[in-house]
Structures are given as structure tokens and as C-alpha cells.
Design a protein around this ligand. Structure first.
Ligand code: HEM
Ligand code: NAG
Ligand code: NAG
Ligand code: NAG
Length: 319
């Protein structure tokens, strides 16, 4: 009797284990170590060459990874192009006329295919390229867990609802990130990505003209290239002192109310995130450590396993 019940308990545990391991893919940094050992070298080499021609490349690639992961997981869904019968994420509000350099992920994919045919997913290429984007900007490095599958579809509606707008309050941002399994520290650390890259006037106009928690000299300066009307497509650096350097000046700016986006300044507006901003502004290594950890966490959002995903032949179209 005792032996029957203990063996059925073991069996029950085994079933539980099998269920959870098929439902959730376990990513691994050695996933391609025998099938494509040259993978990370190919991606880094391509990124290194292209950044010389396009200084904004790292920022644009890093943002693409965020916009991929927040919409049904890191599954390269954002890379699927619209066609006559398919409307994906690229024309969702946060993406339209805004995300860029998807073409370069396609270029890296071709280079990877030339060495390792039908082996490496576009989702994994984007995850590696996002890490390299940070490293090439002078930021921290980390080991990228791999083994994601590519989605066969994408959701414009999910992109519209899951990617928070720059008008968001702190509490809306906390809610949005917590739905993805990311906590308030992850939110503030990941937003430090805004230490590189650019934003269009349309995304910060109301901050310049309507927000009170903004440095007056900073607002006056930004208004020169972002008037009340017109100049919608004009760009401003998200962090103007070192727009290409991955440092902690984003947080230093917040301390003097020089955040460009309304959502940025929400992290230093007499709320619960103030303490985190002060810490990162003072301690570059604390920011680097938390940013790297949060990128791995974001990269773990709902990866597709084996039969649930595919290895796309080209990143812009499902097989
Ligand atoms: C917390 C919520 C966030 C909001 C509301 C937000 C919003 C925005 C907006 C409005 C822009 C400018 C887009 C344009 O004008 O075309 C932008 C740019 C950017 N975002 Fe975010 N973002 C957030 C979080 C993140 C995260 C988590 C990352 C990456 C880890 C990220 C990386 C970037 C980068 C690098 C750029 C510059 C892109 C370029 O120059 O091409 N953002 N973001
Ligand atoms: C500022 O707020 C007012 C009142 O809510 C609104 O009518 C106006 O369009 C806003 N201005 C900008 C530039 O967003
Ligand atoms: C934050 O609190 C300080 C001190 O009470 C106050 O002077 C400041 O105006 C507040 N800032 C905001 C944005 O509410
Ligand atoms: C349209 O795009 C979807 C998603 O990539 C793809 O499955 C489908 O085959 C495409 N259709 C055409 C005609 O290219």
C-alpha cells in the first residue's frame, strides 16, 4: 500500500514536470553551440560594420526588441511585414513611422543563413543584436539565453494595447510591465535605454507645453525644434548630452526635470520610483547590473518552443 502510493506520487510529480517543461521553453546560452557556433560572431560583426554608417542603429535595434517582447512574447512577431491578406504589428500606433532598421535584422539573418541554414530563429537574432547594440554603445554586456522560435502570426491589436504610450502615468507603466512579469525596478532600469536614441516631436510636444514638472530652460530649448504646431517629425535626443553613449545620464537628467518624454519624468515625480532613479543617477554599476538582468528577464517573455514556433527563412514573412 505504502509503495503504491509513493510511486503514484512520483508519477504525479513526473507528469507535472513534463507539463510545465512543454508549456514553457527553457532558453539556454549554449542552444546553438554545436549547430551554429559562429552565430554570435556573425551578428556582432554585422552590427559593428553597420553602426559606422548609421549611428542610430543600436537605439533602433534595442527598441525593436522591446516592441517584439511586449507583444505575445519575444517571437519576432514585430518583423512580419503586412501584405494583402495579413496585417501585423508594423502599423500599430507605437510602431508606425517610428520603428526602424527591421531591414538590418533581415540582413543579419541572410548572413546567418549563409553559414547555418534553417537553424537560427529571427527572435534569437534580435535578442543577440539588442545585447550587441548596448555593448557597442559602451554599456554592459550579458550572456543571451537562446532557443526562441519564430511566430507564424502577429497582432496589431496586442501591439496597440501592450506597448505603453509616452503619455502614460507611473501607475499605468507599472501595470503594463507587471503584466509582462516585470517589476518596478525592471521598469525603471529598462527605461534607462532612453539614454540613447531619438524621439519625434509628436511624442513629447504635450510635455513641453503642458507639463509642470519640467525644467524651464530645457523646455524653452526643446520648443525651438518642436513648435506648438508643425515640425511633427522633428527629432530630439532622448538624452542630449551623450545621445550615443549608454551611460546613466538619463537618470541624472530626471533629477533636474530634464526627461524628454512625459513617461520618463514620471519616474522622478515625487513617487515610488524616485528612490530607484536617485540610485542609478549616483551608481552607474548598479544601473548596468540591473539593466542587464532586466534585459534577460524581458528576453524570457513567453518564448515559443519547438512545434509552437518555426525557424523563419526570412524574418519579414512566415514560412
Ligand atoms: C516605459 C515605457 C516606454 C515608453 C512609454 C517608451 C516610449 C518611447 C517613445 C515615444 C520613443 C520615441 C519614438 C519615436 O518618436 O519614433 C521611444 C524611443 C526609444 N525607446 Fe522607448 N519607451 C519605453 C520603454 C522602452 C524600453 C523598455 C526600451 C528598451 C529596453 C526602450 C528603448 C527605446 C529606444 C532605444 C528608443 C530610441 C529609438 C531610436 O532612436 O530609433 N524604450 N520610446
Ligand atoms: C495642452 O492641454 C490642453 C488642455 O487639456 C489641450 O487642449 C492642448 O491641446 C494641449 N497642448 C498640447 C501641445 O498637447
Ligand atoms: C515634490 O515635492 C517637493 C517637496 O514637497 C515639492 O517642492 C515639489 O514641487 C514636488 N514636485 C512635484 C512634481 O510634485
Ligand atoms: C502575408 O504574410 C503572412 C505573414 O508573414 C504570410 O503567412 C503570408 O504567406 C503572406 N502572404 C503573401 C501573399 O505573401
Amino acid at each position: 500500500m505504502a509503495s503504491i502510493s509513493s510511486s503514484s506520487a512520483a508519477c504525479y510529480l513526473l507528469i507535472l514536470f513534463m507539463c510545465s517543461s512543454t508549456a514553457r521553453t527553457q532558453l539556454s546560452s549554449s542552444f546553438y553551440s554545436s549547430s551554429c557556433p559562429e552565430l554570435e560572431g556573425i551578428v556582432l560583426n554585422a552590427m559593428q560594420k553597420e553602426v559606422k554608417k548609421d549611428h542610430r542603429l543600436p537605439a533602433s535595434i534595442l527598441r525593436l526588441f522591446f516592441h517584439d517582447c511586449f507583444v505575445n512574447g519575444c517571437d519576432a512577431s514585430v518583423l512580419l511585414a503586412d501584405n494583402a491578406t495579413f496585417k501585423g504589428e508594423q502599423n500599430a500606433l507605437p510602431n508606425r513611422n517610428s520603428i526602424r532598421r527591421l531591414d538590418f535584422i533581415e540582413t543579419i539573418k541572410s548572413a546567418v543563413e549563409a553559414s547555418c541554414k534553417n537553424t537560427v530563429s529571427c527572435a534569437d537574432i534580435l535578442a543577440i543584436a539588442a545585447r550587441d547594440a548596448v555593448v557597442l554603445s559602451g554599456g554592459p554586456s550579458w550572456t543571451v539565453p537562446l532557443g526562441r522560435g519564430d511566430a507564424r502570426t502577429a497582432s496589431q491589436a496586442a501591439a496597440n494595447s501592450n506597448i505603453p504610450p509616452p503619455s502614460s502615468t507611473l501607475s499605468a507603466l507599472i501595470t503594463s510591465f507587471s503584466k509582462q512579469g516585470l517589476d518596478e525596478q525592471d521598469l525603471v532600469a529598462l527605461s534607462g535605454a532612453h539614454t540613447i536614441g531619438f524621439a519625434h516631436c509628436t511624442t513629447f510636444r504635450s510635455r513641453l507645453y503642458n507639463d509642470s514638472n519640467i525644467n524651464a530652460a530645457f523646455a524653452a530649448l526643446k520648443k525651438r525644434t518642436c513648435p506648438r504646431s508643425g515640425g511633427d517629425r522633428n527629432l530630439a535626443a532622448l538624452e542630449e548630452h551623450t545621445p550615443r553613449g549608454f551611460d546613466n545620464s538619463y537618470y541624472v537628467n530626471l533629477l533636474s526635470r530634464r526627461g524628454l518624454l512625459h513617461s520618463d519624468q514620471e519616474f522622478f515625480n515625487n513617487g515610488s520610483a524616485d528612490v530607484v532613479v536617485r540610485r542609478y543617477a549616483k551608481d552607474l554599476n548598479a544601473f548596468y547590473k540591473d539593466f542587464a538582468a532586466a534585459m534577460v528577464k524581458m528576453g524570457n517573455i513567453r518564448p515559443l518552443s519547438g512545434s509552437n514556433g518555426e525557424i523563419r527563412r526570412v524574418c519579414s514573412r512566415a514560412n
